[in-house]
Structures are given as structure tokens and as C-alpha cells.
Write a protein that binds this ligand. Sequence first.
Ligand code: KG4
Ligand code: ZN
Length: 343
Amino acid sequence: MRVLAIESSCDDTSVAVVSDDGSVQALRSLAQDQFHAKFGGIVPEVAGRNHSIKILPIIDETLKEAKLSPQELDGIAVTNRPGLIGSLIVGLVTAKTFSQVLGKPLIGVNHLEGHILAPFLKDKDYSPSFSVDSEFLALAVSGGHTSLYLVSEVGKYQVLGKTLDDAAGEAFDKFAKMLGLTFPGGPQVDLLAKGGDVKAFAFPRSMILEDTYDFSFSGLKSSAARLISNFNQEQRLEHRQNLCASFQEAIVDVLLHRMGQASKEFGINKLVITGGVSANSRLRARAEQLAQRQKWQLLIPPMRYCTDNAAMIGYAGVLRLAKGERHGLDLGPSPQSWATDFV
Ligand code: KG4
Ligand code: ZN
């Protein structure tokens, strides 16, 4: 089976063609960072408008890249939750129209299920080292979410813990803003941190010793805000690399600690890290080191599947269509996950 997948839940417009073995036949994405940077965050109205301008040309390019005519597709998968309503609507109405005109089944996908399955996508340069049919732990870290899941099988996702306040990516972005960096700040903090000392500043590792799988990054953010407010412009610049390295280390410590805790408690040595923040070079490097020490099988997808992309939505969608699941034309967008999505 092969599906056309559409992702427009936030600010990336992305379209893919994916088969039911996870192989990505085409993937085209367009980021909107340049439109939102001057506002210091995503402006929902602007995101929705840009999706509506780009979505059809991108679908056209993606089908050409896959060398497929729309009639050769077996279904249409679309992110319908969670996300910005104005952004989701663009993808959803487009997907319904294709489904109706082509007479192909429609499936709405939870964006987070997409992130959980992203490490199992395949292409000519990447293939996962263990199968999606295994039991595994998934850490999904993005701008909107930070959650740890126990995945017993595809479609069965137990939330072990989640952030009680800011998501890890959000913490990176807000911290970057304090330093005067442009949005999204995560990648710039990552880059600056390479020249800094992780021990230069002592930032809190909130809740790290508590008996929970939840996360909290607001204390870290406040601590950074207090520290930075004591620096003048010149000192901010002087300490920038050390601030980035120390702040990043605090986030990485907490994320890896939770993974270690869960691996031990549940006796699971297959782990994946996914979502935009899994692009972080320090998180990737330290997770690999830990995996070697702990004898984990660790999967972190390549960058193109870490950040928001339609390939992961296509994979989640095609697996559900293959099981006979379908949605009708009354499928709606939702800012939240559905109650049945996670246990
Ligand atoms: O998954 P994603 O593309 O979109 C959401 O669903 O949120 O994640 C975007 C987030 C942003 O907060 C961005 O700053 C962060 O991922 N991010 C990074 C890095 N690359 C992207 N954070 C830290 N280091 C990076 N290299
Ligand atoms: Zn995402």
C-alpha cells in the first residue's frame, strides 16, 4: 500500500508518499521560519495562510518525485490532531478533497504517533536497526511536546510521563530569545554550545530525583532568566557560549535520566528519541554514549525525520489503513489528542 500524506499541524508544510513497509518514496517540506522569526514565535494566522499558498504546489512536486499519478495511491493520510486549528484545517480540507475526488480512503493521524514511528522510516540512506514490531520506549521531544511512551505494539502507546509546563523545545526557544537569538532558537543554542563549558553555570535539573517520569522546564527557564538579567549586553555576549552549553546540558541530563529510569524499571533495552529536539547534537552524542554503556539498541532518526515531516504521518496512516481503519468526511481538526490515542 502507498499513501499520500499531508502534515500542516504547525508551521511546516510537508507532503510525502510512503509505503506500508515504512519506505519513503518522496518527501517535500517547506519551513516558514523566515515568516515567524520577526514575531519571536509562530503566528497561527500567518502559518495557516502560508500552508494554503504552498500545499497544492508541494503535493504536485511530491507526486512527480514519487513518479506516481494520484490514481495509483491507496489512500490519503493527514495530521488532524493535535495542532493549530487554522493550520490543521488547510491540510485536512485538502486531504478530504483528494480522498473524495480520487475515491481513496482517508485516515486522520495524531501528530505524536507520527513522531513515535518516525525512527522506523526507511530510505536509500537510512534504515532502522530494529523493527517497529518490537516493544520499545519512545522519548518525543519537540517545540510543543515532551513525553515518554512505552510502546507495546503499533497503536498502543502508554504515556509514562510528560512535561508539566514547557516542552523542551519551547525551553530552548525561550532561552534563545533571552539571549537575543532569532526563532526557533534551539538549533542556534546547539551551535553556540559547542564552544562553551557545560559546567560554567549551575542550572537546576528540576524533579530529576523525584519518583516520576514527568518533566518540568519552567524552573530552568526562570533560573536562566534571573541569571541573564544580571548581565549587561556585553556580558551576555561574552558568556553566551557557556550559557548555552550549561543550559543545554541541564535539559539533556533530565531527558537521559528519565530514559535510563524507564529502561531499568520496565526492562526494555530498545529505545527511540524523536521530535525536533532530537536534532540536538549534544543529546544525540550523549544518548549514543549511554546506549553503549547500557547496551541499549537506540534509534534516533536522521534530521529529515526528526523535525515535523509528512513521511512519519504517512507511515502511521498507512499502517492504520492496512488494518482497515478509515475516517469519514466529518473528520475534524483538534487542538488536543483524542482521549483514545494514548493509555
Ligand atoms: O518537532 P518539531 O519540528 O515541531 C514541533 O512539533 O514542535 O520541533 C521543533 C522544535 C523547536 O522548539 C526547535 O527549537 C527545536 O525543535 N530544535 C532544536 C534543535 N533543532 C530543532 N532544539 C535543540 N537543538 C537543536 N539542534
Ligand atoms: Zn512535531
